[in-house]
Design a protein around this ligand. Structure first.
Ligand code: FEO
Length: 404
């Protein structure tokens, strides 16, 4: 249990670490856990910005009461209705029945479907502000980051952006709460896994949110997941800008589907040739072993993607099919693609990977290579050509930070 964590004189962090949950949203593995951040402003009027997951139980309500120090809770601001942030709402409503719920028309619709009709609802969807005393709050509608009702709360007084899921990461806060208290290199992989799998489908909406934030002075970012960015908010803003523009690093992820090792052998060969062509960042994944969230993360991270599949019942290998479907579903853009595969008595893997390539519209760097059985000596030149073409494509890249 942390002691009292103050973001400023009147603003408190009420976060909770969750190391017990195995799967976020019952789908995404949490090897490093996750935290849920809630924020309390104790001014002449009081406001709680988001709550936390059910896992906190009564201790969260007790902490709210303690920090309120005899005051009542005037406002419950709902930046995001997903239940990892509204798990304590029912308890709060019992304890503070007169609290005013703050959100927008979509918030209200979802809120009432979970907690019943509310009469004390303040719709701030059209530019309304709230005066708490010293603090004055406004609200920025940021739909689909990552549900339709999502919004951000901005404190004019101290230039703090309470951002909801945006700028968040998987991973618990292990002592360090603020960006200057942690080594973010430890979190960056989980931050991208969070972005690519949870928020990434809505990257266009992230860019629309950035457009709304132009000219807004931001001294501190308080996300609902991960550290509070009080020293260098530009760091996470630039990362989110880069990720949501589908800008990627020089590197290649090779994902293979292999029943008996032939396709894996080719993956290793291609990786070696890409290395010889001067690319240092290469990841190879077995689609049958690595959770799809890591595959999606690495596809997001690197500019080049090479997919190799054996055939299976005249189709591509089922886990590869699952991966391709997910890539199409979240509509990852701007990749360079290579395709290869193997078969023993009929094809199917490459044929269906080519259908995927047509649908996703990534640039294919060379012709797909499919062969029966184990590659013969003369087959390897085709993989050499793919590796060299891929290396050339992924080296043509430079991202410029929007904030410095
Ligand atoms: Fe952290 Fe979309 O919930």
């Amino acid at each position: 249990m942390f002691g009292k964590i103050q973001i400023s004189n009147k603003i408190f962090w009420l976060g909770v670490n969750d190391r017990r949950k195995v799967l976020f949203e019952n789908i995404w593995p949490l090897p490093e856990g996750v935290c849920y951040n809630s924020y309390l402003i104790v001014d002449e009027k009081t406001a709680l910005i988001d709550t936390v997951d059910f896992c906190a139980g009564q201790s969260f309500l007790d902490t709210v009461e303690k920090y309120l120090d005899g005051k009542t809770l005037d406002y419950l601001i709902i930046n995001h209705m997903e239940l990892d942030h509204t798990g304590e709402v029912a308890g709060l409503l019992k304890k503070y029945p007169d609290v005013k719920i703050v959100g927008n028309i979509n918030t209200r619709r979802i809120f009432e479907s979970y907690f019943g009709a509310v009469s004390n609802f303040l719709d701030v969807g059209k530019g309304e502000t709230i005066e708490l005393g010293y603090h004055k709050l406004s609200f920025i509608m940021t739909p689909w980051i990552h549900w339709p009702e999502t919004m951000m709360t901005y404190d004019f007084t101290e230039k703090i952006l309470f951002a909801g899921d945006a700028f968040g990461t998987f991973g618990t806060l292990n002592g360090g709460i603020f960006d200057d208290e942690i080594d973010f290199n430890v979190y960056e992989g989980e931050a991208l896994r969070y972005y690519s799998n949870i928020v990434g489908k809505y990257s266009g909406m992230v860019q629309k949110a950035f457009a709304k934030l132009v000219g807004v002075e931001i001294k501190c970012i308080c996300s609902t997941h991960g550290p509070i960015w009080r020293s260098n908010p530009a760091k996470i803003i630039n990362l989110y800008d880069k990720w949501s523009k589908y800008d990627a690093d020089e590197g290649v992820v090779i994902i293979f589907a292999s029943m008996y090792g032939n396709t894996e052998h080719i993956a290793d060969y291609i990786a070696r040739k890409i290395t010889e062509a001067g690319v240092k960042n290469i990841k190879i994944h077995d689609v049958s072993k690595t959770h799809i969230s890591y595959l999606i993360r690495d596809i997001w991270k690197y500019r080049g993607v090479i997919l190799g599949s054996c055939s299976y019942n005249a189709e591509m290998f089922p886990p590869m099919e699952h991966l391709c479907r997910e890539i199409l579903h979240i509509s990852i853009q701007n990749k360079k693609l290579g395709i290869f595969g193997t078969f023993s008595w009929n094809g199917g893997g490459v044929k269906n990977l080519l259908k995927f390539a047509d649908d996703i519209k990534w640039e294919q760097v060379s012709e797909a290579v499919e062969l029966r059985g184990i590659p013969a000596e003369e087959d390897y030149s085709k993989y050499d050509a793919m590796a060299i073409a891929m290396a050339q494509k992924v080296k043509q890249y430079k991202y410029n930070n929007i904030f410095v």
